[in-house]
Design a protein around this ligand. Structure first.
Ligand SMILES: Nc1ncnc2c1ncn2[C@@H]1O[C@H](COP(=O)(O)OP(=O)(O)O)[C@@H](O)[C@H]1O
Ligand SMILES: [Mg+2]
Length: 255
């Protein structure tokens, strides 16, 4: 399962690329995260499931430094997120691709401009002379090279999601975070997106954290799952283990 060649010789065990320990986050009286833990191993597809409003997006925002937790620790690729300076955080973010909830494309920009956007922000990682090539390669990975000069409004929901996926991987990140990648799509388009996520995982050898409440998505894509309930990692295991659990609280996730 460890796909990364250079580490295999030194270390046969996959290492964590993300490690969240004892994370707490409240808004006023609302306790959202209550001692949450998560480890994403190198090369792994980890699915995080939790009900709507359970704190999945809050957790992801803490993870990428967009929101400050009340307490706990977050390590990404060996960096303590809470101790990084803004510039170090920006650099680290080039190693993390995000597919935000919804597609979050810029409506007033063409597909090409949407994809160029992350590169312009991170000129330390890309030579701006090569953006055309990178844009085309990313679009080809999602089967949408022909849409390069279209506006988001001219694309179907599924195509928009593909463009967002291309944007997430344009800087060739080591980690991709997916927040509800199939939500709002019809079942056939959702299936296509899942297959695409799997082919991208293979091609780019990324580690993925996939937030979803789509049971089909979890079954197809997960190597391991974490169930978020009452602000904690309530249960962990493979899809098979969790979906056959006798615990009614765990069963409820699979209905
Ligand atoms: N910036 C914020 N201020 C106040 N409450 C928030 C904020 N962000 C999220 N919440 C609340 O935290 C809870 C978890 O939200 P969220 O992480 O978005 O849930 P989900 O699991 O559906 O992604 C919700 O009750 C939400 O209203
Ligand atoms: Mg959410």
């Amino acid at each position: 399962m460890n796909n990364t060649k250079e580490h295999i010789s030194q270390n046969p065990d996959p290492r964590p690329v993300i490690e969240i320990k004892d994370l707490y986050k409240s808004f006023g009286n609302l306790k959202v995260l209550n001692g949450f833990n998560l480890k994403l191993m190198e090369g792994e597809n980890l699915v995080l499931m939790g009900k709507s409003g359970s704190g999945k997006s809050v957790m992801i925002k803490c993870l990428i430094g967009l929101m400050e937790p009340d307490s706990g620790s977050i390590e990404v690729l060996g960096n303590d997120i809470l101790k990084l300076k803004q510039q170090e955080l920006d650099e680290l973010r080039t190693e993390i691709g995000f597919l935000f909830q919804g597609s979050a494309l810029y409506d007033s920009m063409t597909v090409r401009e949407n994809l160029e956007f992350p590169m312009r922000r991170h000129t330390n990682k890309v030579d701006l002379k090569n953006t055309d090539e990178l844009v085309l390669e990313a679009l080809e990975s999602v089967g949408l090279a022909s849409a390069i000069d279209l506006m988001p409004a001219e694309l179907s929901g599924g195509m928009q999601r593909r463009v967002a996926l291309a944007r997430a991987l344009i800087l060739k990140p080591k980690i991709i975070l997916y927040d509800e990648p199939t939500t709002g799509l019809d079942p056939i388009t959702a299936k296509e997106i899942i297959l695409l996520m799997m082919s991208i995982q293979k091609k780019y050898k990324t580690s993925s954290l996939i937030i979803t409440h789509d049971v089909d998505c979890a079954r197809v894509i997960s190597n391991r799952m974490i169930l978020l309930l009452n602000g904690i990692n309530y249960a962990e295991g493979t899809f098979k283990e969790l979906s056959s659990s006798k615990d009614p609280k765990v069963q409820a996730f699979f209905k």
